[in-house]
Design a protein around this ligand. Structure first.
Ligand code: NAP
Length: 283
């Protein structure tokens, strides 16, 4: 019998999405499509985790063969305290959506929502020049913070923001600096005057929720208008903006693009975001 060294077992990489509840998540379908399309031997699964179990689950995952994970509601903020390394942008945004379990055992937390937001706009409106005029962001929740960070990083020099609960917008100004101008919620319609980029970052207009009720008369034709809500794809806000001659971009592309950096790190292949993926995710 020849001497043989025990060889390292072959590990099939596993990733997943942690949330509570998680059944609604489109991420398994999204990553599943890419795994199949590129013939990659790997898995991506939904993982329901209650908030009080998050720390315990995260500690066990690398030992179970997980190479990383996405995190969604309600764990996006609390995961920062559990990670060993937090990227600057995740720290600034105050939330992470992508975890990498490094070979040295450390958990690396990043936020790719802002990247996804910008990549989606650039894919659909390649001629968009963010620093040509003010941007207006409606909403000041977790997603709005990623949008604000990415718009400022893209060179926007005046970022207007209005939120029903004004203090949350004031908090964003305090953290992101002097380029941020807070408008009163009652003045949100006026905030659109002269803006070249307008974003709905509230959950208004989502299926089962009332539409965003802000007067859009100040929207100039040609303005880039985008919505983070993607159920439905065509929100009442986007419909009205389109009727006013604006260039509209729906929110699904942001979801697709934010997933790409994680997939590449975990499975070693830079995936494409195209119509085939959109169709697969929409089912
Ligand atoms: P969040 O932290 O809960 O923030 C919700 C935002 O909506 C806040 O600004 C909130 O204002 C506002 N809002 C809620 N109900 C309102 C109402 N009745 N009237 C006026 N404003 C209202 O949620 P989030 O994580 O930022 O997500 C916001 C939306 O973006 C969700 O629909 C989410 O699905 C979507 N999203 C999409 C993507 C994507 O990839 N496309 C990524 C992330 C999030 P207050 O502060 O006053 O409560």
């Amino acid at each position: 019998m020849p001497d043989s060294q025990p060889s390292a077992p072959h590990h099939v990489p596993i990733a997943g999405v942690l949330g509570w509840p998680i059944a609604h998540s489109r991420s398994p379908r999204l990553h599943g499509h890419w795994l199949q399309r590129y013939g990659i031997d790997g898995h991506y699964i939904p993982i329901p985790v209650m908030p009080e179990h998050l720390a315990e689950v995260l500690r066990a995952m690398p030992r179970m063969g997980f190479v990383g994970a996405n995190v969604t509601i309600p764990h996006k903020e609390s995961v920062l305290a559990l990670a060993d390394v937090v990227t600057d942008r995740a720290a600034l945004i105050g939330a992470a959506n992508t975890l990498i379990f490094r070979s040295d055992g450390k958990i690396h937390a990043d936020n790719t929502d802002g990247y996804g937001f910008i990549a989606n706009i650039r894919q659909h409106v390649p001629g968009w020049i963010p620093d040509l005029g003010p941007a207006a962001v409606i909403g000041a929740g977790g997603a709005a913070r990623a949008v604000v960070a990415s718009l400022l990083e893209s060179g926007v020099t005046e970022l207007r923001i209005a939120n029903r609960t004004r203090i949350r917008a004031e908090q964003i100004k305090a953290e992101f600096g002097a380029k941020v101008v807070v408008y009163d919620w009652a003045q949100a319609g006026n905030m659109l005057e002269g803006a070249i980029t307008v974003v709905n970052a509230t959950s208004m207009g989502m299926q089962g929720k009332p539409p965003l009720r802000i007067p859009l008369d100040a929207l100039a034709p040609g303005t880039l208008v985008t919505d983070l809500v993607y159920t439905p794809l065509m929100t009442p806000f986007l419909e009205e903006a389109q009727a006013r001659g604006c260039e509209i971009v729906d929110g699904l592309g942001m979801l697709l693009h934010q997933a790409a950096p994680g997939f590449e790190r975990w499975f070693g292949h830079r995936p494409e975001v195209d119509d085939e993926l959109r169709r697969a995710v929409l089912g």
